[in-house]
Design a protein around this ligand. Structure first.
Ligand code: SF4
Length: 421
């Protein structure tokens, strides 16, 4: 959207904007409340600006929701490409504008916005899929983002080549139900092969990938690719079969163990498998929670995003009784401690192993970036050498400190991240 507006002459500013665009979230009832608060704050801070809300909250909001949040233009999902036209019409004739698809749930149209140039120097998030045709019991996404739809694979490759021409090294493919990607006979595995063959970027990574969509075909393509990073994010949500059934996730704990084993067979024993965990889903007993924690450790996961279960009005699980607040807090604390310990244990495994790091920050005293396994690597920088933002360097971490790796170069205190020369 920023690109589309810039192409029409707009300029991105840090202060005193004429237009404020908020990309809204509606994943939980709390997200709805935070969205309304953010929009009201935008109206208060910029009383004379045009306030636009787009995305999931905008998809479901009524006109009176828009008025009470101080919004001028609502832009729902699958129509974000109309943003410039909507603004131009608003300037011709101000009022409340609502741009929304009424058939978003059945629409299979791609929202044709593309990235003309990268917003970050080092990596670009490339949206290749939208919508979801599953029905997890806690999730409102299918009704807001609509049906599963995939983007033209050649368009994806063109966009990656375009951002790479600005120096971007890493592409991260994103989608709501990414593993279901498929168009004109090109599956996600085929897309990985196409992007790898095009050779525009040196690193390719996937966003969140539903465990049930991990196949041998996909892993073979990832393993064959020289640019595919050795990291997968597979959202487990719970390690208890009863809770997984109630969530309607479509796999059980044994399936998850088998999927992770299969992923490691293709990507290597030291591949990083990260996950999401929902704590306190309605009906989660003490034993069920313990089984989740045990499974995380048994599988040897790395980074774990821990979320407290949060009710979303309109979903099936919102009618179920949640766990008491004090129990939820206590479980959250334990899960976060386990998560810290697992990431530390995973980072420690990488000590002494060479890996490529994409430098993201260069400071006077320390520089940092992410290795291909999605672990943050820090190094002292006395003499920067090739340690420049956007450069990829080969490093061999010497220590770990919690979840981060620390490198020391060949000449001790000087260049700590050292180039592959
Ligand atoms: S797979 Fe489940 S959690 Fe993910 S978007 Fe679809 S319904 Fe929601």
């Amino acid at each position: 959207m920023a690109g589309a507006l810039e192409n029409r002459g707009a300029v991105l500013v840090e202060a005193s904007p004429d237009i404020v665009i908020t990309v809204t979230c509606s994943i939980t009832s709390t997200a709805d409340a935070k969205t309304r608060k953010a929009l009201r704050r935008a109206r208060r801070d910029h009383p004379d600006s045009v306030i636009v809300a787009c995305g999931c909250w905008a998809q479901a909001a009524t006109e009176s929701d828009a008025v009470s949040a101080g919004v001028d233009i609502l832009v729902g999902n699958r129509v974000k490409h109309v943003i410039v036209d909507a603004l131009e019409r608003w300037y011709e004739s101000p009022g409340i504008f609502i741009e929304r698809k009424t058939d978003v749930v059945s629409s299979v149209e791609w929202d044709a916005l593309s990235l003309d140039r990268p917003r970050m120097l080092t990596r670009a998030f490339i949206k290749v899929q939208d919508g979801c045709d599953r029905s997890c019991s806690y999730c409102a996404v299918p009704s807001l983002r609509g049906a599963h739809v995939s983007r033209d694979p050649d368009d994806v490759v063109r966009e990656i080549s375009r951002v790479a021409s600005f120096g971007t090294k890493e592409a991260i493919l994103t989608g709501i139900q990414l593993g279901s990607y498929g168009l004109d006979g090109v599956t996600l595995a085929g897309l990985i092969r196409k992007i790898s063959d095009a050779g525009a970027v040196t690193r390719l990574r996937l966003g969140s990938l539903e465990p049930f969509s991990v196949t041998e075909e996909l892993l073979q393509a990832a393993s064959d690719s020289e640019i595919f990073c050795r990291h997968l994010h597979l959202p487990l949500q719970s390690g208890d079969d009863g809770v997984l059934r109630a969530m309607r996730r479509g796999y059980d704990a044994a399936d998850f163990i088998r999927i992770v084993d299969m992923a490691r067979r293709y990507l290597g024993d030291d591949a990083h498998i990260s996950t999401d965990l929902i704590v306190g889903f309605p009906g989660e007993s003490d034993d069920a929670f313990e089984r989740s924690l045990a499974l995380l450790g048994e599988v040897g996961l790395g980074r774990i995003h821990v979320f407290p279960y949060s009710r979303r009005n309109g979903t099936d699980s919102s009618a179920m009784e949640g766990v008491p607040g004090n129990v939820l807090r206590e479980r959250m604390n334990r899960a976060l401690r386990v998560a810290d310990g697992l990431l530390e244990a995973y980072a420690a495994k990488l000590i002494g192993r060479e890996d490529r790091v994409l430098v993201e920050e260069v400071g006077e005293r320390a520089s940092s970036g992410w290795n291909t396994r999605y672990v943050r690597v820090y190094a002292r920088t006395e003499s920067t050498g090739n340690c420049l933002i956007g450069n990829e360097l080969v490093v061999r971490p010497k220590y770990s400190n919690g979840s981060i790796l620390l490198c020391e170069g060949v000449d001790g205190e000087k260049i700590i991240m050292y180039p592959d020369e």
